[in-house]
Write a protein that binds this ligand. Sequence first.
Ligand code: ADP
Ligand code: MG
Length: 220
Amino acid sequence: MTDTSVDVEALDRWIRRFAEEVSKNKDLLTDLDSAIGDADHGSNMDRGMSATVAALDEASSQGRPLTTAGALLKTVGMTVVSSIGGASGPLYGTLFLRMGTSAGDVEALDDAGFSAALTAGLAGVVARGKAELGDKTMCDALAPACAALDASLAGGAGLSEALAVAATSADTGRDATIPMLARKGRASYLGERSIGHQDPGATSVALLVNAAAATLGSRP
Ligand code: ADP
Ligand code: MG
């Protein structure tokens, strides 16, 4: 097993891929949110990730490239917080900000460092949103993805393989939100009527983890 370095360029590719996937799936995310929320998750996420890509472009065009993993992830988090409203802005913002703090001032993360950063991001989302597993939120996709990533790496898998397993776990966690009764966020106002609908935030998190599997863990 050799560590694959997740350097600043790789993180940049990940975030840009996520932005592309959010843009492609904007209508799906909004349709899901129209069933159990207020029909804005697609536009919220697309606005936030477009602003994030613009912030990444601006940093490099102004000759002050983001040179550490922590700086890049914190820029993502701050842009997300300031450009996405609703529940998902502070929650996604916290995810990336905590990842940035965990990553620190290094040019590259090793496999365990990336896994630790994602788990720190999850802890931030849980601390902020107070969701428990099974509450039908983004945590129901993110927590199993973090657990699978950590367990796969501990079992000797390389980062590519571990991220592929994590992406499958995120997809399974997303699908498992369908029969759940929502206990957090707007969907919880619907009570029993939230049952039978896929959670929009768990759906966007699955896009995030799949984007990681597509862009990290192997050299381009
Ligand atoms: P809003 O609900 O304010 O309109 P969005 O539609 O952008 O915000 O995001 C909704 C998503 O946010 C939900 O599908 C759910 O996954 C997530 N969410 C809402 N509240 C919480 C919470 N307390 N903890 C974790 N995730 C939450
Ligand atoms: Mg909404």
